[in-house]
Ligand binder design. Structure first.
Ligand SMILES: Nc1nc2c(ncn2[C@@H]2O[C@H](COP(=O)(O)OP(=O)(O)OP(=O)(O)O)[C@@H](O)[C@H]2O)c(=O)[nH]1
Ligand SMILES: [Zn+2]
Length: 201
C-alpha cells in the first residue's frame, strides 16, 4: 500500500516508504543480535513500519490542512485549551516524549477564531514528527499566528522525555516546560492571566 503523494510541512513532495522502513527495522533487529525470523518477530518489521507511518504522519501534513474551520464571531477575548495530550518522538533518540500542551490565543480585531478541536489537531501535526520540545512549541505558536492572525498566542508544553527516564541520565519524573509567547500575550498582565489559567488545577 502506498500513500497518495502529499506535501510535507516544508512543501516537499513525498510519501512514507513503508517497505524501506520495514527493511530498516529488520536490519536493526539483526544489529542488536536478534533473529528477525523467529516466530515472535516475524511480523514485527511490518508492524513497526505501520506504527511509524502513524507516529510520523505529521511530516505529511500542513497546519493549514487542520486549521480549516474558522469563524468570525467577533469574540475578542482569550481562548485557551489546556491539557491537550501530547505524544511525540525525540529526534535524538527516537524514543517518545509525552505530556500536555496548553494553547491559547487572543483573536484578531475581526474576531477570527477556529474550532477548539483544531487546536488539538494542530498540536498533533507537529508532535507526529521527529521533534525537540522547543521546536514543537514554537511551530505551534508560529503557525497559529500566521493562519489565524490573532492579536496574541501562548503555547506551553510540559513533557517527560523517555530518553531521560529509561536510559542515559535515568531521571523518571523530570518534566521539561517550554513556552512560546507572541503578540499581546507578551504583555505582563495578559501573560500572567494566561499562566494562572494554565497552572490552575
Ligand atoms: N533541548 C532539548 N534537548 C533534548 C530534547 N530531547 C532530548 N534532548 C537532549 O538531547 C541531548 C542529546 O545529547 P547527546 O550528548 O548528543 O546524546 P547522548 O549521549 O545520548 O546524551 P544523554 O541523553 O545525556 O545520554 C540529551 O541531552 C537529551 O536530553 C528536547 O526536546 N530538547
Ligand atoms: Zn532524546
Amino acid at each position: 500500500m502506498t500513500d497518495p503523494v502529499t506535501l510535507d510541512g516544508e512543501g516537499r513532495i513525498g510519501e512514507f516508504d513503508e517497505k524501506r522502513a520495514e527493511n530498516a527495522v529488520r536490519e536493526l533487529l539483526l544489529a542488536v543480535g536478534e533473529d528477525p525470523d523467529r516466530e515472535g518477530l516475524k511480523e514485527t518489521p511490518a508492524r513497526v513500519a505501520r506504527a511509524y507511518r502513524e507516529i510520523f504522519a505529521g511530516l505529511w501534513q500542513r497546519p493549514e490542512d487542520v486549521l480549516t474551520t474558522t469563524f468570525d464571531l467577533g469574540h475578542d477575548e482569550m481562548v485557551l485549551v489546556k491539557d491537550i495530550e501530547v505524544y511525540s518522538t525525540c529526534e535524538h533518540h527516537l524514543v517518545p516524549f509525552r505530556g500536555v500542551a496548553h494553547v491559547g490565543y487572543i483573536p484578531s480585531e475581526t474576531g477570527k477564531i477556529t474550532g477548539l478541536s483544531k487546536l488539538a489537531r494542530l498540536v498533533d501535526v507537529y508532535a507526529r514528527r521527529p521533534q525537540v520540545q522547543e521546536r514543537l512549541t514554537t511551530q505551534i505558536a508560529d503557525s497559529l499566528m500566521e493562519i489565524l492572525e490573532p492579536r496574541g498566542v501562548i503555547v506551553v508544553v510540559e513533557c517527560e522525555h523517555m530518553c531521560m527516564s529509561m536510559r542515559g541520565i535515568r531521571k523518571p519524573g523530570a518534566k521539561t516546560i517550554t513556552s512560546a509567547v507572541r503578540g499581546q500575550l507578551r504583555d505582563v498582565a495578559t501573560r500572567n492571566e494566561a499562566m494562572s489559567l494554565i497552572m490552575a488545577r
